[in-house]
Write a protein that binds this ligand. Structure first.
Ligand SMILES: Nc1nc2c(ncn2[C@@H]2O[C@H](COP(=O)(O)OP(=O)(O)OP(=O)(O)O)[C@@H](O)[C@H]2O)c(=O)[nH]1
Ligand SMILES: [Mg+2]
Length: 495
Protein backbone atom coordinates (compact mmCIF):
# COMPACT_ATOMS: atom_id res chain seq x y z
CA UNK A 1 0.00 0.00 0.00
CA UNK A 2 3.02 2.25 -0.25
CA UNK A 3 1.74 5.15 -2.28
CA UNK A 4 4.84 7.28 -2.02
CA UNK A 5 6.13 7.86 -5.49
CA UNK A 6 9.54 6.29 -5.55
CA UNK A 7 11.10 8.44 -8.21
CA UNK A 8 14.65 7.15 -8.42
CA UNK A 9 16.97 9.93 -7.39
CA UNK A 10 20.24 8.82 -8.79
CA UNK A 11 22.57 11.73 -8.38
CA UNK A 12 24.96 11.29 -5.48
CA UNK A 13 24.66 13.78 -2.64
CA UNK A 14 27.38 15.14 -0.42
CA UNK A 15 27.37 17.03 2.87
CA UNK A 16 29.33 17.81 5.96
CA UNK A 17 27.44 15.92 8.68
CA UNK A 18 29.15 17.59 11.62
CA UNK A 19 28.68 21.19 12.71
CA UNK A 20 30.41 23.93 10.76
CA UNK A 21 33.37 25.70 12.32
CA UNK A 22 36.74 24.74 13.70
CA UNK A 23 36.82 21.25 15.23
CA UNK A 24 39.22 18.38 15.76
CA UNK A 25 37.41 16.09 13.35
CA UNK A 26 34.64 16.56 10.81
CA UNK A 27 32.53 13.97 9.03
CA UNK A 28 31.64 14.20 5.35
CA UNK A 29 28.96 11.96 3.95
CA UNK A 30 28.31 10.91 0.39
CA UNK A 31 25.36 8.82 -0.71
CA UNK A 32 24.78 7.54 -4.24
CA UNK A 33 23.53 4.55 -6.14
CA UNK A 34 26.93 3.26 -7.32
CA UNK A 35 29.80 4.86 -5.46
CA UNK A 36 31.65 1.54 -5.56
CA UNK A 37 31.78 1.66 -9.34
CA UNK A 38 32.35 5.37 -9.79
CA UNK A 39 33.72 7.46 -6.96
CA UNK A 40 35.91 4.92 -5.18
CA UNK A 41 37.94 3.96 -8.27
CA UNK A 42 38.49 7.64 -9.03
CA UNK A 43 39.76 8.15 -5.49
CA UNK A 44 41.96 5.13 -6.06
CA UNK A 45 40.59 3.47 -2.96
CA UNK A 46 39.63 -0.13 -2.38
CA UNK A 47 37.64 -0.17 0.86
CA UNK A 48 36.46 -3.14 2.83
CA UNK A 49 32.76 -2.71 3.68
CA UNK A 50 32.04 -1.18 7.07
CA UNK A 51 35.72 -1.09 8.05
CA UNK A 52 37.56 2.09 8.90
CA UNK A 53 40.65 2.59 6.73
CA UNK A 54 43.22 5.35 6.84
CA UNK A 55 43.60 6.97 3.39
CA UNK A 56 45.11 10.05 1.85
CA UNK A 57 42.55 12.24 0.18
CA UNK A 58 44.03 13.82 -2.94
CA UNK A 59 42.84 16.58 -5.21
CA UNK A 60 42.49 15.90 -8.92
CA UNK A 61 46.07 17.07 -9.53
CA UNK A 62 47.39 14.55 -7.02
CA UNK A 63 48.00 17.08 -4.25
CA UNK A 64 47.33 15.67 -0.79
CA UNK A 65 44.43 17.38 1.02
CA UNK A 66 44.17 15.41 4.25
CA UNK A 67 44.67 12.10 5.97
CA UNK A 68 41.18 10.71 6.44
CA UNK A 69 39.45 7.76 7.99
CA UNK A 70 37.19 6.32 5.30
CA UNK A 71 34.25 3.98 5.96
CA UNK A 72 32.25 2.52 3.10
CA UNK A 73 28.74 1.11 3.58
CA UNK A 74 27.64 -0.68 0.39
CA UNK A 75 23.96 -0.66 -0.58
CA UNK A 76 21.53 -1.76 0.67
CA UNK A 77 22.99 -2.06 4.18
CA UNK A 78 23.59 1.61 4.78
CA UNK A 79 21.66 4.40 6.45
CA UNK A 80 20.28 5.66 3.13
CA UNK A 81 19.95 2.26 1.49
CA UNK A 82 22.38 3.44 -1.22
CA UNK A 83 26.17 3.21 -1.31
CA UNK A 84 27.32 5.48 1.51
CA UNK A 85 30.83 6.79 2.06
CA UNK A 86 31.83 8.50 5.28
CA UNK A 87 35.03 10.47 5.55
CA UNK A 88 36.39 11.54 8.90
CA UNK A 89 38.61 14.47 8.09
CA UNK A 90 40.38 16.99 10.25
CA UNK A 91 38.21 19.92 11.16
CA UNK A 92 39.72 22.89 9.37
CA UNK A 93 36.94 24.75 7.55
CA UNK A 94 39.31 25.71 4.71
CA UNK A 95 40.42 22.13 4.23
CA UNK A 96 36.84 20.84 4.39
CA UNK A 97 35.77 23.31 1.71
CA UNK A 98 38.60 22.01 -0.45
CA UNK A 99 37.63 18.39 0.23
CA UNK A 100 34.00 19.07 -0.67
CA UNK A 101 34.99 20.82 -3.86
CA UNK A 102 37.27 17.93 -4.79
CA UNK A 103 34.51 15.39 -4.16
CA UNK A 104 32.08 17.34 -6.33
CA UNK A 105 34.72 17.28 -9.05
CA UNK A 106 35.17 13.52 -8.75
CA UNK A 107 31.41 13.06 -8.90
CA UNK A 108 30.77 15.42 -11.80
CA UNK A 109 29.94 12.64 -14.26
CA UNK A 110 27.11 11.48 -11.98
CA UNK A 111 26.05 15.09 -11.23
CA UNK A 112 27.02 14.83 -7.59
CA UNK A 113 25.72 17.82 -5.63
CA UNK A 114 25.49 19.17 -2.10
CA UNK A 115 22.63 17.65 -0.11
CA UNK A 116 19.61 19.60 1.00
CA UNK A 117 18.61 19.54 4.70
CA UNK A 118 17.29 16.12 5.65
CA UNK A 119 18.04 14.60 2.27
CA UNK A 120 19.97 11.62 3.64
CA UNK A 121 17.03 10.75 5.89
CA UNK A 122 14.64 11.32 3.03
CA UNK A 123 16.52 8.78 0.92
CA UNK A 124 16.52 6.38 3.86
CA UNK A 125 12.74 6.77 3.98
CA UNK A 126 12.23 6.48 0.23
CA UNK A 127 14.39 3.36 0.18
CA UNK A 128 12.34 1.81 2.96
CA UNK A 129 15.16 1.87 5.55
CA UNK A 130 13.04 3.83 8.04
CA UNK A 131 9.44 4.95 8.15
CA UNK A 132 8.30 8.53 8.40
CA UNK A 133 7.84 8.55 12.16
CA UNK A 134 11.37 7.23 12.56
CA UNK A 135 12.72 9.88 10.21
CA UNK A 136 11.03 12.54 12.31
CA UNK A 137 12.42 10.93 15.43
CA UNK A 138 15.92 11.41 14.01
CA UNK A 139 15.28 15.12 13.56
CA UNK A 140 13.87 15.30 17.08
CA UNK A 141 16.76 13.37 18.54
CA UNK A 142 19.17 15.86 16.97
CA UNK A 143 17.07 18.80 18.15
CA UNK A 144 16.31 17.42 21.63
CA UNK A 145 17.04 19.99 24.30
CA UNK A 146 16.36 17.77 27.29
CA UNK A 147 17.33 14.23 28.20
CA UNK A 148 13.71 13.17 28.42
CA UNK A 149 13.06 14.43 24.89
CA UNK A 150 16.12 12.61 23.63
CA UNK A 151 15.05 9.39 25.34
CA UNK A 152 11.57 9.56 23.89
CA UNK A 153 12.87 10.32 20.40
CA UNK A 154 15.31 7.43 20.57
CA UNK A 155 12.57 4.99 21.57
CA UNK A 156 10.62 6.17 18.58
CA UNK A 157 13.62 5.87 16.27
CA UNK A 158 13.91 2.30 17.46
CA UNK A 159 10.38 1.72 16.28
CA UNK A 160 8.25 1.80 19.47
CA UNK A 161 5.96 4.46 18.11
CA UNK A 162 5.65 2.89 14.65
CA UNK A 163 4.79 -0.49 16.15
CA UNK A 164 1.86 1.03 17.96
CA UNK A 165 0.60 2.70 14.80
CA UNK A 166 1.00 -0.57 12.91
CA UNK A 167 -1.16 -2.34 15.48
CA UNK A 168 -3.95 0.20 14.92
CA UNK A 169 -3.49 -0.06 11.18
CA UNK A 170 -3.79 -3.85 11.29
CA UNK A 171 -6.99 -3.57 13.32
CA UNK A 172 -8.54 -1.11 10.88
CA UNK A 173 -7.35 -3.14 7.91
CA UNK A 174 -9.09 -6.18 9.38
CA UNK A 175 -12.35 -4.26 9.84
CA UNK A 176 -12.12 -2.97 6.28
CA UNK A 177 -11.81 -6.52 5.00
CA UNK A 178 -14.97 -7.52 6.89
CA UNK A 179 -16.98 -4.59 5.58
CA UNK A 180 -15.69 -4.95 2.03
CA UNK A 181 -16.61 -8.61 2.18
CA UNK A 182 -20.14 -7.64 3.24
CA UNK A 183 -20.31 -5.27 0.28
CA UNK A 184 -19.12 -7.96 -2.09
CA UNK A 185 -21.78 -10.41 -0.91
CA UNK A 186 -24.91 -8.27 -0.69
CA UNK A 187 -27.06 -11.36 -0.28
CA UNK A 188 -25.50 -11.94 3.17
CA UNK A 189 -27.46 -10.02 5.83
CA UNK A 190 -25.38 -7.18 7.21
CA UNK A 191 -26.03 -8.46 10.71
CA UNK A 192 -23.57 -11.18 9.94
CA UNK A 193 -20.88 -8.53 10.21
CA UNK A 194 -21.61 -8.65 13.88
CA UNK A 195 -21.08 -12.39 13.89
CA UNK A 196 -17.75 -11.78 12.22
CA UNK A 197 -16.79 -9.59 15.14
CA UNK A 198 -16.90 -6.18 13.47
CA UNK A 199 -18.78 -4.47 16.28
CA UNK A 200 -16.34 -5.72 18.89
CA UNK A 201 -13.35 -4.89 16.78
CA UNK A 202 -14.60 -1.35 16.35
CA UNK A 203 -15.25 -0.88 20.05
CA UNK A 204 -11.87 -2.30 20.94
CA UNK A 205 -9.98 -0.18 18.43
CA UNK A 206 -11.72 2.98 19.60
CA UNK A 207 -11.01 2.18 23.24
CA UNK A 208 -7.37 1.38 22.55
CA UNK A 209 -6.76 4.56 20.58
CA UNK A 210 -8.71 6.69 23.01
CA UNK A 211 -6.67 5.23 25.83
CA UNK A 212 -3.42 6.14 24.10
CA UNK A 213 -4.41 9.65 23.13
CA UNK A 214 -3.39 11.31 26.44
CA UNK A 215 0.05 9.70 26.33
CA UNK A 216 0.51 10.99 22.81
CA UNK A 217 -0.65 14.43 23.80
CA UNK A 218 1.83 14.42 26.65
CA UNK A 219 4.54 13.30 24.26
CA UNK A 220 3.73 16.13 21.90
CA UNK A 221 3.81 18.55 24.82
CA UNK A 222 7.17 17.16 25.80
CA UNK A 223 8.32 17.89 22.30
CA UNK A 224 7.11 21.45 22.36
CA UNK A 225 7.72 22.26 25.98
CA UNK A 226 5.15 23.03 28.63
CA UNK A 227 3.86 26.59 28.71
CA UNK A 228 2.93 28.16 32.05
CA UNK A 229 1.61 31.68 32.68
CA UNK A 230 2.11 33.63 35.89
CA UNK A 231 -1.08 35.58 36.51
CA UNK A 232 -2.23 37.59 39.51
CA UNK A 233 -2.63 40.95 41.21
CA UNK A 234 0.20 43.49 41.13
CA UNK A 235 3.01 42.97 43.64
CA UNK A 236 2.18 39.33 44.36
CA UNK A 237 5.69 38.32 43.27
CA UNK A 238 5.12 36.96 39.75
CA UNK A 239 8.30 38.46 38.36
CA UNK A 240 10.21 37.31 41.43
CA UNK A 241 8.93 33.79 40.83
CA UNK A 242 10.02 33.82 37.18
CA UNK A 243 13.46 34.97 38.26
CA UNK A 244 13.62 32.28 40.93
CA UNK A 245 12.86 29.57 38.37
CA UNK A 246 15.14 31.02 35.73
CA UNK A 247 17.93 31.46 38.26
CA UNK A 248 18.65 34.99 37.04
CA UNK A 249 17.21 38.50 37.24
CA UNK A 250 15.25 38.47 34.00
CA UNK A 251 12.29 40.59 34.98
CA UNK A 252 12.30 43.83 36.95
CA UNK A 253 11.15 43.40 40.52
CA UNK A 254 10.01 46.30 42.64
CA UNK A 255 7.86 47.07 45.65
CA UNK A 256 5.87 49.45 43.46
CA UNK A 257 2.75 47.75 42.10
CA UNK A 258 2.52 47.67 38.30
CA UNK A 259 6.22 47.05 37.70
CA UNK A 260 5.65 44.59 34.87
CA UNK A 261 3.92 46.09 31.86
CA UNK A 262 4.48 43.43 29.24
CA UNK A 263 4.96 39.70 28.90
CA UNK A 264 8.36 38.18 29.51
CA UNK A 265 8.92 34.53 28.64
CA UNK A 266 11.75 32.27 29.65
CA UNK A 267 12.55 28.68 28.73
CA UNK A 268 14.20 26.38 31.20
CA UNK A 269 14.41 22.69 32.03
CA UNK A 270 12.74 21.14 35.01
CA UNK A 271 13.27 17.44 35.70
CA UNK A 272 13.89 16.82 32.02
CA UNK A 273 10.82 18.72 30.98
CA UNK A 274 11.21 21.81 28.82
CA UNK A 275 9.16 24.64 30.31
CA UNK A 276 8.30 28.02 28.97
CA UNK A 277 7.18 30.35 31.75
CA UNK A 278 5.58 33.70 31.00
CA UNK A 279 5.53 36.56 33.48
CA UNK A 280 2.68 38.99 32.91
CA UNK A 281 1.49 42.41 34.02
CA UNK A 282 -0.40 42.40 37.33
CA UNK A 283 -4.17 42.49 36.94
CA UNK A 284 -6.35 44.85 38.95
CA UNK A 285 -9.62 46.76 38.68
CA UNK A 286 -9.74 47.94 35.06
CA UNK A 287 -11.56 51.14 36.05
CA UNK A 288 -8.47 52.33 37.91
CA UNK A 289 -5.93 51.34 35.30
CA UNK A 290 -4.33 53.64 32.73
CA UNK A 291 -4.25 53.05 28.99
CA UNK A 292 -0.90 51.21 28.84
CA UNK A 293 -1.71 49.23 31.97
CA UNK A 294 -5.00 48.13 30.42
CA UNK A 295 -3.23 46.88 27.32
CA UNK A 296 -0.76 45.02 29.52
CA UNK A 297 -3.62 43.39 31.44
CA UNK A 298 -5.24 42.34 28.20
CA UNK A 299 -1.99 40.64 27.24
CA UNK A 300 -1.93 38.89 30.62
CA UNK A 301 -5.27 37.26 29.86
CA UNK A 302 -4.08 36.32 26.41
CA UNK A 303 -1.07 34.61 28.00
CA UNK A 304 -3.39 32.76 30.38
CA UNK A 305 -5.43 31.53 27.46
CA UNK A 306 -2.43 30.30 25.53
CA UNK A 307 -0.80 28.54 28.47
CA UNK A 308 -1.27 24.91 29.36
CA UNK A 309 -1.56 25.88 32.99
CA UNK A 310 -1.98 29.13 34.91
CA UNK A 311 -0.08 29.81 38.10
CA UNK A 312 -2.30 32.26 39.97
CA UNK A 313 0.14 34.05 42.27
CA UNK A 314 -1.16 35.71 45.41
CA UNK A 315 0.71 37.22 48.32
CA UNK A 316 0.54 36.09 51.92
CA UNK A 317 0.10 39.79 52.74
CA UNK A 318 -3.40 39.65 51.25
CA UNK A 319 -4.57 36.75 53.41
CA UNK A 320 -5.99 37.37 56.84
CA UNK A 321 -3.52 35.89 59.35
CA UNK A 322 -4.30 32.61 61.07
CA UNK A 323 -2.26 30.15 63.12
CA UNK A 324 -3.86 27.15 61.52
CA UNK A 325 -1.99 26.33 58.36
CA UNK A 326 -4.77 24.25 56.83
CA UNK A 327 -6.98 27.23 57.39
CA UNK A 328 -4.41 29.53 55.83
CA UNK A 329 -4.40 27.49 52.64
CA UNK A 330 -8.20 27.40 52.59
CA UNK A 331 -8.23 31.17 52.88
CA UNK A 332 -5.65 31.44 50.11
CA UNK A 333 -7.78 29.34 47.84
CA UNK A 334 -10.88 31.32 48.68
CA UNK A 335 -9.04 34.58 48.11
CA UNK A 336 -7.71 33.39 44.74
CA UNK A 337 -11.16 32.34 43.57
CA UNK A 338 -12.77 35.57 44.67
CA UNK A 339 -10.02 37.53 42.95
CA UNK A 340 -10.49 35.53 39.76
CA UNK A 341 -14.25 36.03 39.81
CA UNK A 342 -13.86 39.78 40.28
CA UNK A 343 -11.17 40.29 37.68
CA UNK A 344 -11.72 37.83 34.86
CA UNK A 345 -12.66 39.52 31.58
CA UNK A 346 -16.09 37.88 31.40
CA UNK A 347 -18.04 34.94 32.78
CA UNK A 348 -17.56 32.82 29.73
CA UNK A 349 -13.98 33.84 29.10
CA UNK A 350 -12.16 30.83 27.67
CA UNK A 351 -9.17 31.41 29.94
CA UNK A 352 -11.44 30.08 32.71
CA UNK A 353 -10.99 26.63 31.26
CA UNK A 354 -7.19 26.60 31.61
CA UNK A 355 -6.00 24.39 34.50
CA UNK A 356 -5.08 26.66 37.38
CA UNK A 357 -2.94 26.36 40.48
CA UNK A 358 -2.83 28.84 43.32
CA UNK A 359 0.63 29.91 44.39
CA UNK A 360 0.69 31.43 47.87
CA UNK A 361 3.86 33.50 47.76
CA UNK A 362 5.95 35.32 50.40
CA UNK A 363 5.55 32.56 52.91
CA UNK A 364 8.88 33.71 54.38
CA UNK A 365 7.00 36.66 55.89
CA UNK A 366 5.70 34.31 58.55
CA UNK A 367 9.25 34.61 59.87
CA UNK A 368 10.42 32.24 62.54
CA UNK A 369 6.85 31.19 63.24
CA UNK A 370 6.93 27.39 63.58
CA UNK A 371 3.74 27.27 61.53
CA UNK A 372 5.67 28.80 58.63
CA UNK A 373 8.39 26.21 58.89
CA UNK A 374 5.80 23.47 58.89
CA UNK A 375 4.08 24.98 55.92
CA UNK A 376 7.28 25.16 53.94
CA UNK A 377 8.67 21.83 54.97
CA UNK A 378 5.30 20.31 54.19
CA UNK A 379 5.21 22.16 50.93
CA UNK A 380 8.68 20.99 50.08
CA UNK A 381 7.82 17.38 50.76
CA UNK A 382 4.61 17.77 48.82
CA UNK A 383 2.50 16.93 51.83
CA UNK A 384 -0.80 18.15 53.17
CA UNK A 385 -0.30 21.74 52.11
CA UNK A 386 -1.73 21.10 48.69
CA UNK A 387 -5.45 21.37 48.66
CA UNK A 388 -6.51 19.64 45.53
CA UNK A 389 -10.06 18.71 46.40
CA UNK A 390 -11.48 21.91 44.97
CA UNK A 391 -9.51 21.38 41.77
CA UNK A 392 -7.33 24.42 42.35
CA UNK A 393 -4.37 23.11 44.29
CA UNK A 394 -2.64 25.58 46.58
CA UNK A 395 1.11 25.51 46.97
CA UNK A 396 3.00 27.72 49.41
CA UNK A 397 6.28 29.18 48.19
CA UNK A 398 8.79 31.91 48.80
CA UNK A 399 10.08 33.41 45.58
CA UNK A 400 12.50 35.50 47.59
CA UNK A 401 14.12 32.48 49.17
CA UNK A 402 13.50 30.19 46.20
CA UNK A 403 11.68 27.71 48.41
CA UNK A 404 8.76 25.48 47.53
CA UNK A 405 9.59 25.64 43.81
CA UNK A 406 9.96 21.90 43.49
CA UNK A 407 6.64 21.23 45.15
CA UNK A 408 5.05 23.77 42.88
CA UNK A 409 6.42 22.20 39.73
CA UNK A 410 5.46 18.72 40.92
CA UNK A 411 1.94 20.00 41.51
CA UNK A 412 1.84 21.47 37.99
CA UNK A 413 2.99 18.24 36.38
CA UNK A 414 0.53 16.34 38.54
CA UNK A 415 -2.31 18.64 37.62
CA UNK A 416 -1.55 18.14 33.94
CA UNK A 417 -1.43 14.38 34.48
CA UNK A 418 2.23 14.20 33.60
CA UNK A 419 2.96 12.09 36.60
CA UNK A 420 1.64 8.93 38.07
CA UNK A 421 1.43 7.53 34.56
CA UNK A 422 4.19 5.84 32.67
CA UNK A 423 7.43 7.60 33.40
CA UNK A 424 8.43 7.04 29.78
CA UNK A 425 6.41 9.50 27.78
CA UNK A 426 5.57 8.38 24.31
CA UNK A 427 7.24 10.44 21.67
CA UNK A 428 4.72 12.06 19.37
CA UNK A 429 4.39 15.20 17.35
CA UNK A 430 1.36 17.40 17.11
CA UNK A 431 0.95 16.03 13.57
CA UNK A 432 0.60 12.53 15.03
CA UNK A 433 -1.83 13.58 17.73
CA UNK A 434 -4.02 15.26 15.13
CA UNK A 435 -3.86 12.23 12.85
CA UNK A 436 -4.82 9.94 15.72
CA UNK A 437 -7.73 12.21 16.59
CA UNK A 438 -8.85 12.16 12.96
CA UNK A 439 -8.61 8.39 12.79
CA UNK A 440 -10.62 8.13 16.01
CA UNK A 441 -13.25 10.49 14.61
CA UNK A 442 -13.69 8.31 11.53
CA UNK A 443 -13.93 5.14 13.59
CA UNK A 444 -16.60 6.74 15.74
CA UNK A 445 -18.53 7.71 12.63
CA UNK A 446 -18.21 4.14 11.39
CA UNK A 447 -19.60 3.01 14.73
CA UNK A 448 -22.45 5.51 14.45
CA UNK A 449 -23.29 4.22 10.98
CA UNK A 450 -23.39 0.76 12.44
CA UNK A 451 -25.81 1.62 15.22
CA UNK A 452 -28.06 4.10 13.44
CA UNK A 453 -28.22 2.79 9.91
CA UNK A 454 -27.46 -0.89 9.85
CA UNK A 455 -27.12 -1.97 6.33
CA UNK A 456 -25.14 1.06 5.27
CA UNK A 457 -21.97 -0.92 4.88
CA UNK A 458 -20.78 1.42 2.15
CA UNK A 459 -20.79 4.38 4.57
CA UNK A 460 -18.83 2.36 7.10
CA UNK A 461 -16.40 1.28 4.45
CA UNK A 462 -15.65 4.88 3.60
CA UNK A 463 -15.07 5.90 7.24
CA UNK A 464 -12.78 2.96 7.79
CA UNK A 465 -10.84 3.87 4.69
CA UNK A 466 -10.39 7.43 5.97
CA UNK A 467 -9.34 6.16 9.40
CA UNK A 468 -6.75 3.94 7.78
CA UNK A 469 -5.48 6.82 5.71
CA UNK A 470 -5.07 9.04 8.77
CA UNK A 471 -3.09 6.33 10.55
CA UNK A 472 -0.98 5.53 7.52
CA UNK A 473 0.03 9.16 7.10
CA UNK A 474 1.79 9.03 10.43
CA UNK A 475 4.33 6.49 9.33
CA UNK A 476 4.36 7.61 5.73
CA UNK A 477 2.89 4.65 3.93
CA UNK A 478 0.35 7.08 2.52
CA UNK A 479 1.86 10.51 2.27
CA UNK A 480 1.80 13.24 -0.25
CA UNK A 481 4.86 15.04 -1.53
CA UNK A 482 3.98 18.29 0.26
CA UNK A 483 3.95 16.57 3.61
CA UNK A 484 7.33 14.98 2.92
CA UNK A 485 8.79 18.28 1.81
CA UNK A 486 7.56 19.95 4.98
CA UNK A 487 8.92 17.20 7.19
CA UNK A 488 12.39 16.78 5.68
CA UNK A 489 12.90 20.47 5.04
CA UNK A 490 13.32 21.05 8.77
CA UNK A 491 16.26 18.65 9.12
CA UNK A 492 19.92 19.53 9.45
CA UNK A 493 22.08 19.27 6.38
CA UNK A 494 24.00 16.00 6.44
CA UNK A 495 21.13 14.04 8.02
N1 LIG B 1 9.15 38.73 51.47
C1 LIG B 1 8.98 38.44 50.20
N2 LIG B 1 8.86 39.43 49.29
C2 LIG B 1 8.68 39.09 48.01
C3 LIG B 1 8.61 37.75 47.59
N3 LIG B 1 8.42 37.74 46.25
C4 LIG B 1 8.37 39.03 45.87
N4 LIG B 1 8.53 39.84 46.91
C5 LIG B 1 8.53 41.31 46.88
O1 LIG B 1 7.28 41.77 46.43
C6 LIG B 1 7.42 42.93 45.61
C7 LIG B 1 6.79 42.70 44.25
O2 LIG B 1 7.49 41.69 43.58
P1 LIG B 1 7.37 41.49 42.02
O3 LIG B 1 8.05 40.22 41.69
O4 LIG B 1 7.78 42.73 41.31
O5 LIG B 1 5.79 41.32 41.90
P2 LIG B 1 4.89 41.21 40.58
O6 LIG B 1 3.79 40.28 40.89
O7 LIG B 1 5.73 40.89 39.42
O8 LIG B 1 4.33 42.68 40.49
P3 LIG B 1 3.82 43.50 39.19
O9 LIG B 1 4.85 43.35 38.12
O10 LIG B 1 3.70 44.88 39.71
O11 LIG B 1 2.52 42.91 38.81
C8 LIG B 1 8.92 43.20 45.55
O12 LIG B 1 9.25 44.17 46.49
C9 LIG B 1 9.53 41.87 45.91
O13 LIG B 1 10.80 42.02 46.50
C10 LIG B 1 8.75 36.73 48.57
O14 LIG B 1 8.73 35.54 48.32
N5 LIG B 1 8.91 37.13 49.86
MG1 LIG C 1 6.12 41.89 37.77
Amino acid sequence: MNLVSKTPKTEPILAQATAKGLSAIAVLRISGSDLAGTLLPRLGWALEPRRASLRTLRAGNGEAIDQVLAVFFPAPHSFTGEDLLELHTHGSPAMIAWALETMLDYGKAESMRLAKPGEFSERAFLNGRIDLAQAEAIADLIAASTRLQAKAALASLQGDFSKQVHRYLDAVQHMRLLVEAALDFPEEPVESLSDWGLENALTEAIAAMQGQLPAWQRGAQLQQGLSLALIGPPNAGKSSLLNAFAGEELALVDAEPGTTRDRISQRFQWAGQAIEMTDTAGIRDAAQAGRIELRGMQRSWESALRAQAVLLVISLEDIAPTDDRGDLLQRAQHHAKTWWQANRPSDDDPSMAVPTLVVLNKIDLLGADPAADDLLSDAISGGATQISAASWPVVAVSAKEARGLETLMDAVLNKLAFQGESTEPLWARLRHVQALERALGHLKLAQAHWTTSQGQADLMAEELRLAQQALAEMIGVWSDEDLLGAIFGRFCIGK
